[in-house]
Design a protein. Structure first.
Length: 272
């Protein structure tokens, strides 16, 4: 599988160059953006850019930024900052560690991590949004001996998302494929799916399933082969501020799991 890294990275870079650097690609994107004004997420509310751990095909609007603070097990805290460079391209940085809320010294992650996503196709009434991206940031504590996060980073990925709207709620379906660079224990290609729903009461739900195909093969893999099922509840306090409480690994796929994991997340979006 490692021999595929070069071709995957090459295709990913070629996609960015073709879409963001050519006049024809830029004109096509602008035209498709205009055609998608009636899509479910075009009512002034930015499309979701992440389910819980897995990315969606949504991107930030140009000139806006997204700050995320996540609290997880072992006194862990993770901060993510992402910026919309264009309506179709966002970049970001993340950093965190464990024992942040503790009486011991913090155990910082080994380095700051990089994230980027480019939307190749905007959502329309007929077609889903399509995006490719790269994420070095995994979730949960960092494991020094295995050189990976508890939940592997997505690495190179492609995602699709389609939104739906009714009088009482807005929802969207998501899916994707990824190849993580945290591949010393298992280097298979992986898949993920999920859905979210927001009600007019400003409450919403989200569920995602990571097949865990890249975390179930070797003795050093953390998974049992059941995949990772996560679910959460979101509360939109303001148009730009959300809080989320999530339950992680509901299928007890992780071998070290003794109970369901619990996380809190705060997301704030603002424009420059």
């Amino acid at each position: 599988m490692k021999r595929l890294i070069g071709p995957i990275a090459g295709l990913w870079i070629v996609g960015i160059v073709l879409v963001s650097s050519t006049d024809a690609g830029a004109q096509w994107l602008r035209r498709d953006r205009q055609n998608s004004e009636q899509a479910a997420w075009s009512n002034g509310m930015q499309a979701p850019r992440r389910m819980i751990d897995a990315p969606t095909a949504g991107t930030l609007d140009r000139g806006s930024f997204d700050t995320e603070l996540r609290a997880f097990s072992h006194g862990g805290m993770l901060g993510i900052l992402q910026v919309g460079i264009t309506n179709h391209w966002q970049i970001g940085l993340s950093y965190g560690g464990t024992e942040m809320i503790s009486s011991t010294n913090p155990n910082w992650n080994p380095r700051m991590q990089f994230l980027t996503k480019i939307q190749l196709l905007s959502e329309s009434m007929t077609f889903p949004a399509v995006a490719i991206g790269f994420e070095e940031q995994g979730f949960g504590p960092w494991n020094d001996s295995l050189n990976r996060y508890e939940a592997k980073s997505k690495g190179f990925y492609a995602a699709v998302s389609k939104g739906y709207q009714s009088a009482s709620f807005t929802s969207s379906l998501h899916g994707g494929v990824n190849y993580s660079r945290e591949d010393s224990d298992d280097d298979d290609i992986n898949f993920f799916v999920g859905a979210d729903m927001r009600f007019n009461t400003n409450l919403g739900t989200v569920v995602e399933y990571d097949f865990g195909l890249n975390d179930n093969r070797s003795p050093n893999s953390l998974g049992r082969g059941r995949g990772y099922l996560n679910a959460g509840v979101r509360w939109t306090l303001l148009q730009r501020l959300q809080m989320e409480a999530s339950l992680k690994d509901l299928l007890a796929n992780r071998r070290s799991t003794k109970t369901v994991g619990r996380e809190l997340r705060i997301i704030y979006v603002e424009k420059f």
